[in-house]
Design a protein around this ligand. Structure first.
Ligand SMILES: *Cc1c(COP(=O)(O)O)cnc(C)c1O
Ligand code: SF4
Length: 427
């Protein structure tokens, strides 16, 4: 039986098809502003020409070769930390140079050559540059603020932060491959590199052993992939010996800032542990490059699932179309958007804060407008470590006593739904 046969179960009369086509047109109309500009939003894929030019220039400035570019150790040794080198890589005025130096006396900065190659050398508003090149705004912000994590009350054992019943964080290091200007842990980064040694780690592991309700452990920092493969292997092995640990998570920004770190050796090690999840931080579609894609491919082949936690940043990604492009690019490289964090009012990062309304607007323009898989949760972190709290546009309008639920759809229709009447199903 053919689908054009009226007795076929999937048969649709032509006039109904016409209605469906009109509806589809209306849906497309709802995203027309995005369709108009989506191809003009820079990504790590569509900017390859400039990125390759930058890479060649940076290699020349740093005296490296193509082989070294693929070696994350080289990127570490050649991390850009002084204005003399930075000024050969991007355009800086004398005033900017002085300001960077001044800010550097208070907050350290460091940029991996790889991440530097994603910067537009001429554009002061480049979303990559804003994330890693210091500005005087950080230095000028003198408003002190109390410890945002209230660590004195949330660290029951060395290196541990615990805010929840069933999961906790191990802070393994305070080092990163770049020091993000907007870092929500700017204070922890301080000025001295630390990788916490095994005996401190043992005390943390002992606490986890003694807490049978903990099923999920996050290793973070700083950046968990700062740890050597061997040290990480040891921690993961120790965790696996604890019967109540069900999953292990790594927090690392390096998938975005130094994807070369995801070596075959690291992946071989990770493939021996299970289940391992990794959460990274891509903030702008310019960070989604072929190198980042390769790193994610290798992780997935090793059984590691990758999620993304962005920070909502003024002038970088507080725009519904940029954020939509970001989540689309993430899914293309098989990274699942997980969270968008509200930026906190902390000293030195306040100028990055976008209003909560921007975050809600972004969420409003994702749900329904694009794949459900692409939609992260917008999170505000409650003060004093009281926990991550989701903020979302309101869809539920009312529930009344007769069991009627009033809600609106993503597209703006208001619907009433007859839910079960309380007591009706009793017994
Ligand atoms: C963010 C965080 C977690 C993990 O939270 P999820 O919502 O499960 O991703 C766990 N412990 C601490 C202390 C955290 O800050
Ligand atoms: S990688 Fe993460 S912890 Fe490190 S500076 Fe950036 S935001 Fe902070």
């Amino acid at each position: 039986m053919s689908i054009t046969d009226p007795s076929h179960p999937m048969y649709v009369p032509e006039e109904n098809r016409e209605i469906a086509r009109e509806r589809a047109k209306a849906y497309v109309e709802m995203v027309s502003d995005y369709l108009e500009i989506r191809d003009t939003i820079p990504t790590g894929f569509n900017q390859q020409e400039q990125i390759q030019m930058n890479r060649k220039r940076i290699l020349k400035v740093l005296g490296g070769n193509e082989r070294e570019w693929d070696d994350w150790n080289w990127h570490f040794k050649n991390a850009i930390r002084d204005t003399a080198i930075l000024s050969k890589i991007i355009q800086l005025t004398d005033e900017e140079l002085q300001e960077i130096e001044k800010t550097g006396t208070q907050y350290r900065w460091s940029i991996s050559p790889y991440f530097a190659s994603l910067m537009d050398p001429e554009d002061r508003d480049c979303p990559i540059r804003k994330q890693v090149v210091p500005t005087i705004l950080e230095y000028l912000d003198k408003k002190e603020i109390e410890d945002p994590y209230a660590i004195i009350y949330n660290s029951p054992a060395p290196l541990i932060t615990r805010l929840y019943a069933d999961r906790l964080i191990i802070n393994a290091t305070n080092i990163c491959s770049v020091f993000c200007r907007h870092c929500l842990r700017k204070k922890d980064i301080d000025t001295v590199d630390r990788i916490y040694p095994k005996d401190e780690m043992k005390a943390a592991l002992q606490y986890i052993k003694d807490s049978p309700e903990i099923r999920d452990v996050l290793i973070t920092g700083g950046d968990a992939l700062i740890l050597s493969d061997d040290y990480l292997d040891w921690i993961l092995s120790e965790l696996e010996k604890i019967p109540h640990i069900e999953i292990m998570r790594l927090g690392s920004r390096m998938i975005a800032t130094l994807p070369q770190r995801v070596t075959p050796e690291l992946c071989e090690m990770l493939s021996r542990h299970n289940p391992v999840y990794l959460n990274t931080q891509f903030n702008h579609p310019k960070e989604i490059t072929p190198e980042a894609q390769n790193a994610v491919d290798r992780l997935i082949r090793s059984g590691v699932l990758v999620g993304n936690q962005s920070v909502l940043l003024k002038g970088i990604n507080n725009d519904k179309n940029v954020m939509k492009k970001l989540v689309h690019e993430l899914l293309r490289i098989r990274v699942r958007p997980y969270y968008i964090f509200n930026c906190k009012k902390l000293q030195g990062i306040r100028h990055f804060r976008a209003p909560i309304a921007d975050g809600l607007n972004i969420m409003e323009n994702l749900r329904g407008y694009t794949s459900g898989l692409a939609v992260p949760t917008f999170i505000i972190t409650a003060p004093e470590g009281k926990g991550k709290t989701p903020l979302a546009p309101t869809y539920l309008l009312n529930i009344n006593r007769n069991g009627k639920v009033l809600f609106r759809t993503w597209g703006g229709y208001v619907c009433e739904y007859e839910d079960e009447i309380p007591g009706e199903n009793a017994g």
